[in-house]
Design a protein around this ligand. Structure first.
Ligand SMILES: [Zn+2]
Length: 178
């Protein structure tokens, strides 16, 4: 496991190792981070983390125009920036993360994937009866694309009956604006 995944695993355990779908709102409350949903057009941004607002709050702003699944992944991704050392500026009033780097984005995605789709739960899914990606995505409340990537990461994808190429779906929430 990567450091980002270990951090997410510890948080999931601290939450009581909840069954899916992980309650992202509860995670935020545990961490003292507020969620602010704004609707401003899906192309503009996914979510952004503010380490400290001018009145001292920790805030994740998420685009309400996104699907629920993408909002969840985006918030979890921003929580990765909040928790992983070196990801977020500490200055009061700073809104944007430190300069985006592919490494930090990958780490935040790994964090979000482990938080929302914990390895300990996915490997526990019955081997011969692993539900299709579509069902797993619905149970964990993530996009199918995010689940497909996660299962591939964990080496579980071949065990999982996919729903085929004809499926129309939302994008995965893995490319964020934060
Ligand atoms: Zn990011």
């Amino acid at each position: 496991m990567t450091w980002a995944e270990v951090t997410a695993r510890k948080l999931w355990v601290r939450l009581g190792s909840p069954e899916p779908p992980v309650d992202v709102g509860a995670v935020c409350r545990t961490l003292g981070v507020e969620i602010w949903v704004v609707s401003c057009g899906s192309a503009l941004f996914d979510a952004v983390y503010t380490p400290r607002t001018r009145d001292g709050r920790r805030l994740v702003t998420v685009n309400g125009a996104l699907s629920r699944e993408r909002q969840r992944f985006s918030v979890a991704h921003e929580l990765g920036h909040a928790l992983l050392a070196g990801h977020a500026a500490k200055t009061a009033g700073a809104t944007w993360n430190l300069e985006r780097s592919p490494l930090r984005e990958t780490e935040a995605n790994r964090f979000a994937a482990e938080l929302l789709m914990p390895k300990l739960l996915l490997v526990r899914e019955p081997r011969r009866l692993v539900p299709p990606v579509k069902e797993l995505a619905a149970r964990y409340l993530v996009s199918r694309e995010a689940m497909r990537i996660r299962l591939t990461q964990l080496g579980l994808m071949p065990l999982c009956a996919d729903e085929g190429a004809g499926a129309q779906e939302e994008t995965g929430g893995l490319e964020d604006a934060g």
